[in-house]
Design a protein around this ligand. Sequence first.
Ligand code: FAD
Length: 379
Amino acid sequence: MSTRVLVLGAGFGGLEVTAGLSERFGSNIEITLIERNEHFVFGFSKLDFMFGKRTKSAIKHGYGTLEKPGVRVVRASIEVIDPVAKRVTTDVGTFEADFLVVALGADLDPSATPGLVESGYEYYSYAGAVAAQTALENFTGGRIVIGVTGTPFKCPPAPSETALMLHDYLESRGIRKESEISLVMPLPTPVPPLHEGSQALLEAFATRGIRWFPKHSIERLDPETREVVCADGQVFPFDLFLGVPTHVVPEVVANSGMASDGWIPVDPLGLETNYPQVYAIGDVTSVGTPKAGIFAEGQGRVVVERITAHLNGTPTGVEYNGNGICYVGFDAQRVARFDVTFITGQRPYGIFDAPTAAISQEKDDYAASRLVRWLGAES
Ligand SMILES: Cc1cc2nc3c(=O)[nH]c(=O)nc-3n(C[C@H](O)[C@H](O)[C@H](O)COP(=O)(O)OP(=O)(O)OC[C@H]3O[C@@H](n4cnc5c(N)ncnc54)[C@H](O)[C@@H]3O)c2cc1C
């Protein structure tokens, strides 16, 4: 019987593990990829959709094109994970494996911030981005607050990019002068590990008249007065609130007993959990990198190496290097590159490359290449 690998979640991490193992072993391995959604959506394309750059159908990539040797895609909702037995129960049946890879991402909990569901819009989920897009279309001017309601949150530069894109969007609609954009965040700088990149963003905010409020912890939204209320008592009145909601580990993971202090602990170099032959990658872990797809993908590559070495009975020298590139659009033509490395016990470090049209093309190429690699979609 060939080795059975269960990959839970078809996001950045799960798709990379699936593609990598299929490439290595072809039909000599049984990979079962379990995913509840019908489509894959890049996080960053939710912003493109919200601000009218791409249509709903253009940002949704169906899993139907994923046909790879050794891979079976199961559309199902995972209900129970038993990491000891390496068994998973779903709404369509039970699956067992020799290796388990948990890549279920982070769930969002807007209700953790009182008043957010009643009077604001979270825009991090697909459904939230769709609702926020309609709210933006109906917006005719006023005060918009972009607020980060807690840490950790996916793609730390994304709220800054949201503010810049919002500026351009309001300009294009001719209502920027009648509008105020405020960005309220708990972080001290837009991208703390990269001083130069943070400075570039702060300059971009200043040039565009975007109000920036660092080190602010949002406590609640008041639906009556339509104000954001911070822990220090400061309030921000709003006509439209676009929020980054609280992130939590998926309930099925919490119930599995794998999480500790909110997320799944893993060996930062090998991504193995406390359970033998059970790996966890990406946003669902507390591995020490930011919650971003590029890191989930890099971790997925290491898991492929680890499982390969295990099956071949060879030692592996491959360790996770904590490196990832985040692309941040400064305007419609130019994108900046934040190349950052996070190593346990060290200060994160990296290189910032100022926004250019060439980097914008690089970002497009990155996305297109992943769609081909992961889903077999045409570029
Ligand atoms: C607005 C925005 C912009 C972003 N920009 C960037 C960027 O520029 N660069 C970058 O690297 N990252 C970016 N991100 C972050 C990125 O999208 C996530 O960090 C990344 O998707 C995490 O990958 P993952 O594999 O850990 O989890 P996910 O990609 O979230 O995948 C998890 C999968 O598990 C599935 N799942 C969960 N629970 C169940 C269940 N019970 N049963 C079945 N399936 C389940 C989900 O449906 C999902 O498909 C952005 C995010 C947002 C919201």
